[in-house]
Structures are given as C-alpha cells and as structure tokens.
Unconditional design. Structure first.
Length: 410
C-alpha cells in the first residue's frame, strides 16, 4: 500500500470519539433512538441555529432587511451545495423539495401527444403521478423498464425503450423510498448519453448517504431534498441543472421573476444558470440551514459516513432475519442504509407507534408509497429502519430486540 493510500485509509477511519462528537452535535440523540433518517434526519446543532437565528433576525429588523444582511451567507449556500455535488454554483437552484425539483425539471420539456417518457417501476409515487398527469394532459406515453431478477431497473430494458422514435426523456428514482434498493443510475446515464436523450434523476434518498456526482451520472437534472440523509430542515431542497440543459435554453413552464427578466411587453430573458428554476420568494431561514447541512456533510465526509450508515443497515438486516415472524423485504444487488421488514400479524403503523412509545423512531412504508414496487410479496406494509452515521450499533440492537418482542406477541 502506497503512502497516499495509507493516509486516505487513516482519514476514513471513524473513531469512537468522532461518533461521540457527532452525537454531541445532535441534541436529539439525547432524547430518542432515531432510526428514521430516510424520513427526516435529526439535524446537527449548526443547522438548527442557522434557521432559528435568521428567524430571530427577521423578527428584529424585518424580513427583507434580514435577507439583505444575510446575502453573503446566502451566496455561500450555493458554494456549499456545489462542493457537495462536485459541480459549479451556477448549476444549483434552491427549491422547496425534491418533488418540486422533479416537477420543475419535467415542466422544462414541451411534450406533445405521442412523445414517450421512460421510467422505472421503482420510481417514487409523486413522480409516477406526474408522469400519469403528463399522459392524461399531454398524451405522453409512459414506458416502464423491466426489472432485474434481483430487483431494480434493467439497463438493457432502458436501452430498448429509448429507441422509441419519440423518446423525449428518461426519469429515474435512484433509491426508492420503500426499500434499500440502489438502482443502476450511472449505467442508465450512459445509455441516455449514447442515445442523446435527456435524463432526470431523483436523488432525494441518495444525497447525504453516498457520494453524488452528476457528471458521473451524466444527468441533465438531479433532484434533492434537505431533510433526509443530508440532515437539513424540512421544506427545502435543491435542483442540479447541467450546463447542457442551460445551454439548450431549458426553463420551467411556470417561470418566476427570480428566473427571468421582462425585457419588453411580450418577451423575457432567462437568468444565466440553474437559478432560472428558482422562485423569487425564499424561506431564507431554511436556505441558510440547507447550506449548513451541506457544509456539515462535506466536512464529516459523505463517503465514510455513508459507508458507516450502510454497515449499520446491513447489521440490522442480519439481526432482523433471525427474528421469528420477521421477513426482510429489501431486494436488489446493492442495498443502502434503508431497511424494510414485514412483521407477521402486525400492521407496520402499529409497530411504529409501539416503538415510538419506547423512544425508538422508525417509519412505515406501504404499497401506496410505491404501488409498482410493493415492500414484499406478503403484507402490504413494512417497517422501515434507516440508520445514519451518528447512530450506534447498540441502538440498532435495541430496535431489533423491541421488534422481536412485538413479533412474539402476535
């Protein structure tokens, strides 16, 4: 092993003291065992302080005045997000959440009857609804790629579907909400680039738990939310827009004066870069908190932190598989820090409430969250555990033991 590799290995090591420091930075760790990071993570103290501090400043001097005062810090948010994605600040637009980001991206295309949109059977429900709305209102043909035997989209099927003579777009959810599946987003990106078809990636469950580089994905758009593994606040997210999309002149259908300027009674000029996808009105407290979340993630080290989260999830799967009455429902060649399990005789929502009552946060996933990719072949609901790097193995063990006790009650 060369010296540089040794240094990197040492840098990637996570010590007990580092974990303790992350937990001290996370006040919620003192109150709960939080295994619901795929829903909304516990934020670091710096994130909360950024939001609360700006709200307090708005109360003291006024909203517009506080925004003017914070302008340099708002500008720095784009720098933090750009470092997170290894892109330029001009490629980042701040929006309300990942669903809005996907909607803005879809609205940039002038679909006509007979156009085709290729997607997967694992795409997020809100995205599926948007595809169906395009089918109903614009006559778009929605083509869903086949699944691999192990789960997840089959890139070969995508390759066949993009040969449709009027294929306008491929849209993919990288990590579905209702399982630990990681889809082959990079392979699909290669196919799209070869075919010259634009590509939208919903990365709301990926950013913060694995390194994300849009250039490697070859995507035109990438949608992100703050509240999940990025550990930001609810109600804010962002959209990556490639230089290719900007140079095409892409812009959202419902463009706002934050994204364009009226240059005459009947014409407008787009702002340069991704910010043409933004609205003028911002929740500046949340924007500043988003920037802090991105800064914290980069400083903590997304790759090593994501690896720790995935290891905790793998341990949870192994332990749950040994629980009588529990069935791990995750499918896929590659799994992430989301674990789903069906508990015989227990609706997932009841399990979640029982666990919450003893200080353990999890969530329930249902067929309704992913109608084309149900959690498993048995019960229509599953319990979802999603650890992150600030969690501990003891917390995972405690949660599994509590689930095992419930399973014995059936």
């Amino acid at each position: 092993m060369v010296a540089a590799e040794i240094v990197k290995t040492l840098e990637d090591l996570i010590t007990d003291e580092q974990i303790a420091r992350w937990r001290r930075d996370t006040p919620g760790c003192a109150q709960r065992m939080h295994l619901n990071n795929a829903g909304a993570s516990l934020p670091p103290r710096a994130v909360t302080e950024a939001a609360v501090g700006h709200l307090q400043r708005e109360a003291e001097i006024g909203g517009y005045e506080a925004a003017d005062e914070a302008a340099p810090r708002v500008a720095a948010v784009y720098e933090h997000l750009a470092r997170l994605l290894a892109c330029a600040p001009r490629n980042v637009a701040v929006v309300e959440n990942a669903t809005v980001a996907v909607s803005q991206a879809l609205s940039a295309f002038d679909f006509a009857p007979g156009d085709a949109l290729v997607t997967t059977r694992s795409d997020y429900t809100s995205n599926q609804l948007m595809y169906l709305a395009l089918a109903r209102r614009r006559g778009v043909e929605v083509l869903r790629a086949e699944e691999l035997p192990a789960g997840g989209v089959d890139p070969g099927s995508v390759r066949q579907l993009v040969r449709h003579p009027r294929c306008r777009l491929v849209s993919l959810t990288w990590i579905p909400t209702n399982s630990g599946l990681v889809q082959r987003a990079e392979e699909v990106g290669e196919i799209c680039e070869e075919a010259g078809v634009p590509y939208v990636v919903d990365a709301c469950q990926a950013v913060g738990q694995m390194p994300v580089n849009p250039a490697r994905l070859r995507c035109d758009y990438l949608a992100v939310t703050a509240r999940k593994f990025l550990r930001g606040p609810r109600g804010i997210g962002f959209l990556y827009v490639s230089d290719r999309a900007v140079e095409r002149g892409d812009h959202p259908l419902g463009i706002d004066m934050g994204g364009a300027l009226l240059s005459g009674p009947d014409c407008f000029e787009l702002v340069d870069g991704a910010r043409r996808f933004e609205n003028w009105e911002f929740a500046y407290a949340l924007v500043l908190a988003l920037g802090e979340a991105a800064r914290y993630a980069v400083e903590a080290g997304v790759e090593r932190c994501g690896r720790r989260a995935a290891e905790l999830a793998a341990h949870a799967r192994e332990r749950l598989a040994a629980v009588p009455g529990a069935r791990v429902a995750d499918r896929g060649e590659r799994l992430c820090a989301i674990v789903t399990a069906e508990i015989a005789g227990w609706p997932a929502a009841h399990v979640v409430q029982r666990l919450r009552g003893i200080g353990i946060n999890t969530s329930a996933t249902t067929v309704g969250y992913g109608p084309l990719n149900a959690p498993g072949t048995g019960a229509p609901t599953a319990v979802r555990l999603s650890p992150h790097y600030y969690n501990t193995r003891d917390e995972v063990e405690t949660a599994v033991a509590a689930i095992a006790e419930l399973a014995r009650e059936r």
